[in-house]
Design a protein around this ligand. Structure first.
Ligand code: SER
Length: 886
C-alpha cells in the first residue's frame, strides 16, 4: 500500500525526473495576495509568475503546497467532520508550466503519473473538459485513449478555474475516479454528481487569461499550466478508502486521540475524532507559519478552529486539555516533509495547551447556557441571536462553534439577530469612548476601526507583502483617492510596516503598484492600538481606496531598529544582574540610530559597571542563540519569569520574547513581554556599546547605546580622535594619557614659575618696588602702576615692598587679568591721618565699574569688571592726592 508520505514523494520524484524544479511549500499566509486569508491552492505562490509580474523560479515547477480552507472566501470549516472529503488543511500536489509546455504535455504527464507510476486502473478513470475546449477533448482521446462517453463536456464554472476575482484563469479539465456501482452517485454533470461514487482527484488548469472583477480582461503573456491534486484524496483512492479520514495519516492521528480519551471511536464519536484530527493539522501548520491565536483577522480564524476542536474534545469526555498531547503524533507523521512543524513543535504545544486550558474555563458554563436556551427546541428551530451573542461575548464561543454545537439537533442560529446584537455592542463602545473625552481628531480612526476592524500586522515574519487600501486620510478626513504630490495617511488591510509603539519607532519604506504608483512612507503609527497608519507622500500615480499595493519596508533601517530593540532587552537583563533586582525599566526609545534605556537606580554607574554590563551583553551577542517568541496570557508570562512593565496595560495575550543563553531553571538570559520586532538570533546585533550615562530625574538613570555598524563607527571615530591626539603629542595612542598627565604637571610648574617671574618683574627692573616711576604729587611720593597678568594675591606683598622702599608715600597697583581688574592701594603709616587707603581704593574701583573695596587705612583692596580703565583708576588716586594736598 502506498502511504500518504510515499505518494507525495512519488509525485515530486516523477516531476523532478521530468525536469521540474521542486519548489518547497510556501507559508500558509500569502504575502503576495491581500485578498486571500490563507493559501488555498498550489498556484497561489505563483500567481504573479503567471501574470508576468515576477520571473519564474524555472520554466516548470512542482510542489506539495500546504493549503488551508477556513475563513475568508474558501471556507470548508463548517463541513469538516461531517462529510467524506472536506478538510480545513490539505496538501495540494501540483505541477506548473510558466509558458513552457501546455495542454498536450500536461495531459500526458498527468495520465502517465496516475496510470503508470501510481498504477490506477484506467477503466475507473474519466475526465471532464470545458464545453468549448475541443482541443482538450481530442488530446484525452489521443493520449489516454478514453472513449467519448468518458470525456464529459461541462459548461459551468466547474470547468473554468480562477484563483479569485482578479488574476490568472482558464478552462480546466478534471480527472475523476469511479469507486464503482456499490457507492451512490452519478458522473460529473449528471443530477447525482454530488454522490460519493465519482470523486475528482486532479484538476488541470490551462491558464490563458487574466480576469479583473470576474471579467476576462486579457491574455496571460504565455499559455501556462497549473494543476492541483489533493494529496489526501489521491491517498484515499490509492488506499481503497472512500472517506479521506480513513487514510493512514488520519488513522494515526485518530488512534492517538482514541488512546488519549481511552475509548475507540464509535458511530457517535467518530465525527468528533475527525474534527480534532483535521483541526490539529490546520492549527499546528498555521502556528508553524507564524499565525497565533487572537481576536482579529487570521488569528481569530485560528482560534475559531481551535475552539471548535476543543469543544469536540470535551464532547469526547476529555477531562484535561487534549489537543497539545496529539502534537507528537502529528510531528511524527508529517515532520519529515515539513520541518517547520518540528521547529514549531514547542510553540504549537504550548499555545494549544494554554488555549484549551483557558477555553475550558468558560466552555462548560457556555454549554449549560446553550442547553438551557435550547432545551425544548427540536429539528428546524432557531436559536435567538442574543443568546448566540452572549455565548460569543461572555463565553468565548465563536459563532460557528455555536452553530456546530446545534448542528446534530437540526437547530440553526439567527444570524441577523447575532449581527444586530454585535452592532449594538459596538455602538455602546463608541458612545463610551466619546464620553471619555479623548481627542476629537482620533474620531476618524474610530470610524475606520469600526468599519474595517483592526489592520493586520504581518511584519513579525516578513518585511514585504501586499495590502488592500481600506482608507485614505487627508488633513484629518477620509478621501477616496490621492494623487501625485499629496501627503496622506494610507491604511491597508494588512501590512508588514511596524506602527510606532512600545518605544519602537515606526517603519519607513515604499508602496507601489504595477500601474506606476509610487509612494514614499515616512512613518507608521498605530492609533487605537489596532490600526496601522502609513504617513505617505504619493510620488507618482494615483492611489484609490480598494487598490492593491505592494508594500516594502526599508529593510536595512528595520534591521538596525531590530538590533537596537533586542539590545535593549539584553542590557535590561545585564543591568539587573550587575546592579540588582531593583532595576526596572522606566522608559525606552528604540530608534534606527541608537537606543535609550531609562531605569530605576539611585546613583551613577561607575566605569567598572559600564564595562561589565557591556561585556555581558556582548557575550550574549557572540553566543548567537536564536530569539524565540511565545504567546501567553500576561499571568502565565509573569509566572514564566517574564519581565513586565508595572502599570502597563496588557491585552489578553502577550508576546513573550526570550533571548540569550539558558541559565538556571532553563530560563533564557532575558525573558520579556514585548510587541516589538527583534533579531532572529542575538548575533545579528553584532556589537553593543554604551555611549552615555546620565540622570533623568532623582532615582532614574539613562543610558544611550549603539549597536552594529553604528557602534563600530563610533569606535572608529574615537580611535581616530585618539590617534590625532597622539600625533599632536608626538606619542603613541597608548601613551597619550601619561603624556597628557606629564604635560599638565609641566604646565602647573610653568604657571608657578611664570607668576613668580611676573612678581619679580614687578618688583625688579622698572617695577613698583624699585622706584623709577615714583612721582611727586603735591608733597607726597606716589607710585601707581598697571600690571598685566599679575596674580591679585600678590598685590599686598608688592605694596608692602613699595611702602618700605618709599618710606613715606602712597602706592597703588591695578592688576589686569582677562579684562578684569584687581585694585589695591597702600599708605605709609605717617600719612594715614591724611589719606585712607580704603578711600583711594574705592575711587579706583568706581572707575573700574566695580563697587566697594575694603581693608584698613594703610592697605585696602577691591576690583572691577572693566580692566580697560586701569590707567584711569590710577589717575583717580592721583587726583585725590593732588586735591587733598592742594
Ligand atoms: N488551481 C487549481 C485548483 O486549485 C489547480 O491547481 O484546483
Amino acid at each position: 500500500m502506498y502511504s500518504t508520505n510515499d505518494i507525495r514523494r512519488a509525485f515530486l520524484d516523477f516531476f523532478g525526473a521530468n525536469e521540474h524544479h521542486i519548489a518547497p511549500s510556501a507559508p500558509l499566509v500569502p504575502y503576495n495576495d491581500p485578498t486571500l486569508m490563507f493559501v488555498a491552492a498550489g498556484m497561489v505562490p505563483f500567481k504573479n509568475v503567471f501574470t508576468g509580474l515576477e520571473s519564474p523560479p524555472a520554466p516548470r515547477a512542482a510542489s506539495s503546497q500546504k493549503c488551508v480552507r477556513a475563513g475568508g472566501k474558501h471556507n470548508d470549516l463548517d463541513n469538516v467532520g461531517y462529510t467524506a472529503r472536506h478538510l480545513t488543511f490539505f496538501e495540494m500536489l501540483g505541477n506548473f508550466s510558466f509558458g513552457d509546455y501546455f495542454k498536450e504535455r500536461a495531459i500526458e504527464l498527468a495520465w502517465n503519473l496516475i496510470t503508470k507510476e501510481l498504477g490506477l486502473d484506467r477503466d475507473r478513470l474519466l475526465v471532464t473538459v470545458y464545453h468549448t475546449d475541443d482541443q482538450a477533448h481530442q488530446l484525452w482521446r489521443k493520449i489516454a485513449g478514453l472513449p467519448d462517453d468518458r470525456i464529459i463536456r461541462i459548461a459551468t464554472k466547474d470547468n473554468f478555474w480562477a484563483a479569485g476575482p482578479d488574476g490568472p484563469c482558464g478552462p480546466c479539465s478534471e480527472i475523476f475516479y469511479d469507486y464503482g456501482p456499490s457507492v451512490a452517485g452519478g458522473p460529473p454533470g449528471s443530477p447525482d454528481e454530488d454522490g460519493d461514487r465519482f470523486v475528482e482527484i486532479w484538476n488541470l488548469v490551462f491558464m490563458q487569461h487574466l480576469q479583473a472583477g470576474d471579467e476576462i480582461v486579457g491574455d496571460l503573456p504565455r499559455p501556462s499550466i497549473d494543476t492541483g491534486m489533493g494529496l489526501e484524496r489521491i491517498a484515499s483512492v490509492m488506499q481503497g478508502q472512500q472517506n479521506v479520514f480513513e487514510i493512514d495519516t488520519f488513522r494515526t492521528l485518530i488512534e492517538a486521540s482514541e488512546a488519549l480519551v481511552g475509548a475507540a471511536a464509535d458511530e457517535e464519536s467518530i465525527a468528533s475524532h475527525r474534527v480534532i484530527a483535521d483541526h490539529l493539522r490546520s492549527t499546528s501548520f498555521l502556528m508553524a507559519d507564524g499565525v497565533l491565536p487572537s481576536n482579529e483577522g487570521r488569528g481569530y480564524v485560528l482560534r475559531r478552529i481551535m475552539r471548535r476542536a476543543m469543544r469536540h474534545a470535551h464532547l469526547l469526555g476529555a477531562k484535561e486539555p487534549l489537543m497539545h498531547r496529539l502534537v507528537p503524533a502529528l510531528v511524527t507523521e508529517m515532520g519529515q516533509a515539513y520541518p517547520e512543524l518540528v521547529r514549531g513543535q514547542p510553540l504549537i504545544t504550548e499555545t494549544l495547551e494554554r488555549e484549551e486550558t483557558r477555553f475550558r474555563q468558560t466552555l462548560e458554563k457556555g454549554l449549560r447556557l446553550l442547553d438551557d436556551a435550547t432545551g425544548d427546541m427540536g429539528e428546524g428551530d432557531t436559536l435567538d441571536g442574543e443568546t448566540a451573542f452572549k455565548l460569543y461575548d461572555t463565553y468565548g464561543f465563536p459563532y460557528d462553534l455555536t452553530e456546530d454545537a446545534l448542528r446534530s439537533r437540526g437547530i440553526t442560529v439567527d444570524d441577523a439577530g447575532f449581527e444586530s446584537a454585535m452592532a449594538r455592542q459596538k455602538a455602546a463602545a463608541r458612545a463610551a469612548w466619546k464620553g471619555s473625552g479623548q481627542a476629537a481628531d482620533s474620531e476618524v480612526w474610530f470610524d475606520i476601526a469600526e468599519r474595517e476592524g483592526a489592520t493586520e500586522f504581518t511584519g513579525y515574519t516578513s518585511t514585504t507583502g501586499e495590502g488592500r487600501v481600506v482608507a485614505l486620510v487627508k488633513d484629518g478626513a477620509e478621501v477616496d483617492s490621492a494623487k501625485a504630490g499629496d501627503e496622506v495617511i494610507i491604511l491597508t488591510n494588512q501590512t508588514p510596516f511596524y506602527g510606532e509603539s512600545g518605544g519602537q519607532t515606526g517603519d519607513t519604506g515604499t508602496m507601489s503598484a504595477p500601474s506606476g504608483v509610487k509612494v514614499r512612507v515616512t512613518d507608521t503609527g498605530k492609533p487605537l492600538g489596532r490600526l496601522h497608519t502609513h504617513s505617505a507622500v504619493i510620488e507618482t500615480g494615483e492611489v484609490r481606496k480598494g487598490d492593491t499595493l505592494h508594500l516594502d519596508v526599508d529593510v536595512a533601517r528595520r534591521d538596525r531598529v531590530r538590533a537596537n530593540h533586542s539590545a535593549t532587552h539584553l542590557v535590561h537583563a545585564a543591568l539587573r544582574n550587575r546592579l540588582g533586582e531593583h532595576v526596572t525599566q522606566k522608559g525606552s526609545l528604540v530608534a534606527e540610530d541608537k537606543l535609550r534605556f531609562d531605569f530605576s537606580h539611585p546613583k551613577p554607574l561607575s566605569d567598572d559597571d559600564i564595562i561589565a554590563i557591556e561585556a555581558e551583553v556582548n557575550a550574549e551577542i557572540r553566543a548567537n542563540e536564536a530569539v524565540t517568541t511565545r504567546l501567553m496570557t500576561p499571568d502565565d508570562a509573569v509566572a514564566a519569569g517574564a519581565l513586565a512593565l508595572f502599570g502597563e496595560k496588557y491585552g489578553d495575550e502577550v508576546r513573550v520574547l526570550s533571548m540569550g543563553r539558558k541559565g538556571g531553571e532553563g530560563r533564557n538570559y532575558s525573558v520579556e513581554l514585548c510587541g516589538g520586532t527583534h533579531v532572529r538570533a542575538t548575533g545579528d546585533i553584532q556589537l553593543f556599546r554604551i555611549v552615555s550615562e546620565s540622570a533623568v530625574s532623582s532615582g532614574v538613570r539613562r543610558i544611550e547605546a549603539l549597536t552594529g555598524d553604528a557602534a563600530r563607527q563610533w569606535l572608529v571615530c574615537r580611535e581616530e580622535a585618539l590617534k590625532a591626539a597622539a600625533g599632536a603629542l608626538r606619542t603613541n595612542p597608548e601613551d597619550v594619557a601619561d603624556r597628557v598627565a606629564a604635560l599638565l604637571d609641566e604646565r602647573k610648574q610653568l604657571e608657578r614659575e611664570l607668576a613668580e617671574a611676573k612678581k619679580q618683574l614687578a618688583l625688579g627692573g622698572g617695577g613698583i618696588a624699585t622706584g623709577p616711576q615714583d612721582e611727586t604729587v603735591g608733597e607726597v611720593t606716589f607710585n601707581g602702576q598697571v600690571l598685566h597678568g599679575l596674580d591679585p594675591k600678590d598685590l599686598r606683598g608688592l605694596l608692602d615692598e613699595a611702602k618700605k622702599r618709599i618710606g613715606s608715600g602712597v602706592a597703588a597697583i591695578c592688576a589686569v587679568n582677562e579684562g578684569k581688574a584687581a585694585f589695591a592701594a597702600a599708605v605709609t603709616d605717617d600719612l594715614t591721618a591724611r589719606f585712607s587707603a580704603v578711600d583711594l581704593v574705592r575711587a579706583g574701583v568706581e572707575v573700574l565699574g566695580g563697587k566697594g573695596g575694603g581693608g584698613r587705612p594703610d592697605m585696602a583692596q577691591g576690583g572691577g569688571p572693566d580692566g580697560s580703565k586701569a590707567d584711569d583708576a590710577i589717575a583717580a588716586v592721583r587726583a585725590i592726592l593732588a586735591r587733598v594736598d592742594a
